[in-house]
Design a protein around this ligand. Structure first.
Ligand code: PMT
Length: 403
C-alpha cells in the first residue's frame, strides 16, 4: 500500500477531505495531511491528526521541520500528491510555479503523480483563468477529479462541488493500482436520457434512469479501465469513475463525446447506452409559453446522431476503438438493431425490447440480444450489472483481437 500526501486547501469542501483520508486508509494507504493556512479556518488540524495518526503539516517554517528540509523529504517518498479540495488559488499556484507555502513548494519538489479535486463557486470554475490553469496542469500530466454539480455552499446551483469522497478514493485506486483485464485501457460510456427544453419550465425527455450505462461504467472501472462517463440528467447516482461529464441536451452530449475524439489518447472502447432524443424543439422559448384556448403545434428538429457521427470518425482517427451501440425497440428487434449496426458503423449493438417485462427503461434488470456481424446472441433476463459484464467480455475479446 502507498504513502499518500493529502493536501487540503481552504474551501468549504475541506470537511469532506476528512472522509477522503479515512477512505484512503480503508484501502490500506498511509496518509500524511498537509493543510494550507486557509484550510485550517474550515477544519482543525487535530481532526486530520486523529484520523491519519500522523502530525499534520501546517507551516513551511515550523521550527524542527527544517533539519531534514521536510517538503523535500516528503516529496521524495510520497506515491501520490492528492489535493482535495483544490481551490482556485492553489490551482493557480501550481500552474504558475509559485512556492510560497508548504503545499505549493511540495508540488514543485515532487516527481510523484499529482491529482487535484477542484472545488469552488460555479462562476469561478468556469472562469477563463481557472480553466486555463487547469488545462496547463492537465497538459503537465496532473490528474483532475471532476467536481460535481448541484447545490453549492455559496448558495448557487451548478458545477463546482467537491467530488464525493468515494469517487476521489476510487480515482486514486485507479491511478495507483491499475489491475484487471482492462487495466491501462480508456473507455467512454454514455448513459441516461437527454432533456430538450421547450421553455424555462418544460422539456421533452424519456424514461432512461442511467442504470444501464452506469452499470457498464462501474464494471469497466472495476476491470481497471480509465472511464469517462457522459451522463444525461438522472436522479440515480453515477458510480465513481475517472471522469464524469454531466450534460442535459443531445447537442451537449454530442459535443462532450465528439470533443473527446481529438488528439488525446484514443478510447479503446466507446459504449453508447444513453437514450438520446432524436428530435428537439426547433427553438427554445426564453419565456414560459402561455396557455391559450387553442391547440399548440410544436416544430421539432433532428438532433445530431452521436453514435453515427463517432462511427464515421473512428476509421480515420481511432481505427482500433471498439464501438458499441444500443437499440431500444418495441418490434423487429434483431432486424432493426442490425440495420443500426451497419448504418452507424458499430462493432455490435445491444438490443432491448422495451415492451418486455424486466427490460429496458428504469428497471434493475435487462433482457438483451447482442447483434454483431456474426449474428444475434440472445441473453436471458439478468441484472444490468451482469449485462454490463457480458458486454465488456465481448469488448475485451475485440480489443485483444485488434492488438
Ligand atoms: O437508463 P436505463 O433506465 O437503465 O435504461 C436503459 C436503456 C433502455 C436506455 C438502454 O438499455 C438503451 O436501450 N439505450 C439506447 C436507447 C436509444 O436511444 O436507442 P435508439 O435505438 O434510439 O438509439 C440507437 C443508438 O444510437 C443508441 O446507442 C443511442 O445512444 C444512439 N443515439 C441515438 C440517437 C441520437 N441522436 N444519438 C445517438 O447516439
Amino acid at each position: 500500500m502507498a504513502r499518500i500526501t493529502l493536501g487540503v486547501s481552504g474551501g468549504v469542501g475541506a470537511y469532506k477531505a476528512v472522509e477522503v483520508a479515512r477512505g484512503l486508509q480503508k484501502q490500506g494507504h498511509e496518509v500524511i495531511a498537509v493543510m494550507t493556512e486557509a484550510a485550517q479556518r474550515f477544519v482543525g488540524p487535530l481532526t486530520f491528526e486523529a484520523i491519519t495518526r500522523h502530525r499534520v503539516i501546517t507551516d513551511q517554517f515550523e521550527p524542527g521541520l527544517n533539519a531534514n528540509v521536510e517538503h523535500i523529504a516528503i516529496a521524495s517518498d510520497t506515491a501520490l500528491l492528492l489535493v482535495a479540495p483544490a481551490t482556485a488559488n492553489i490551482i493557480s499556484k501550481f500552474a504558475n510555479g509559485m512556492a510560497d507555502d508548504f503545499l505549493s513548494s511540495l508540488y514543485l519538489a515532487t516527481t510523484a503523480p499529482v491529482m487535484l479535486a477542484p472545488s469552488m463557486n460555479v462562476n469561478m470554475l468556469a472562469h477563463e483563468a481557472v480553466q486555463r490553469n487547469l488545462a496547463t496542469l492537465r497538459a503537465r500530466g496532473v490528474h483532475v477529479v471532476e467536481p460535481g454539480e448541484g447545490y453549492l455552499a455559496c448558495g448557487w446551483i451548478g458545477k463546482g462541488r467537491l467530488a464525493e469522497p468515494d469517487q476521489i478514493v476510487a480515482a486514486v485506486q485507479q491511478l495507483l493500482q491499475p489491475s484487471g483485464r482492462l487495466s491501462g485501457r480508456r473507455v467512454l460510456v454514455t448513459a441516461g436520457p437527454t432533456y430538450e427544453d421547450l421553455d424555462p419550465v418544460r422539456f421533452i425527455g424519456n424514461r432512461s434512469s442511467g442504470r444501464m450505462g452506469f452499470a457498464i461504467a462501474a464494471e469497466a472501472t472495476r476491470r481497471g479501465a480509465q472511464v469517462t462517463l457522459v451522463a444525461g440528467p438522472t436522479t440515480v447516482e453515477p458510480p465513481p469513475v475517472a471522469e464524469l461529464v454531466r450534460v442535459r441536451r443531445a447537442v451537449e452530449m454530442h459535443a462532450a463525446v465528439v470533443g473527446r475524439m481529438d488528439g488525446r489518447a484514443p478510447f479503446d472502447a466507446i459504449i453508447m447506452a444513453a437514450a438520446v432524443a432524436d428530435y428537439a424543439p426547433a427553438a427554445t422559448v426564453a419565456q414560459k409559453i402561455v396557455k391559450t384556448d387553442r391547440d399548440l403545434a410544436l416544430t421539432l428538429a433532428r438532433t445530431p446522431d452521436i453514435l453515427a457521427d463517432v462511427g464515421r470518425m473512428l476509421p480515420e482517427t481511432h481505427r482500433r476503438s471498439v464501438l458499441v451501440g444500443f437499440a431500444a425497440e418495441s418490434e423487429d428487434l434483431v432486424a432493426r438493431a442490425d440495420a443500426k449496426r451497419v448504418r452507424k458503423h458499430a462493432d455490435f449493438i445491444v438490443a432491448n425490447n422495451v415492451l418486455e417485462p424486466g427490460a429496458g427503461f428504469d428497471v434493475e434488470t435487462n433482457v438483451v440480444t447482442i447483434v454483431g456481424p456474426e449474428g444475434a446472441e440472445p441473453l436471458a433476463k439478468r441484472s444490468k450489472a451482469d449485462v454490463a459484464a457480458a458486454i465488456l467480455d465481448r469488448v475485451e475479446r475485440l480489443i485483444s483481437a485488434r492488438g
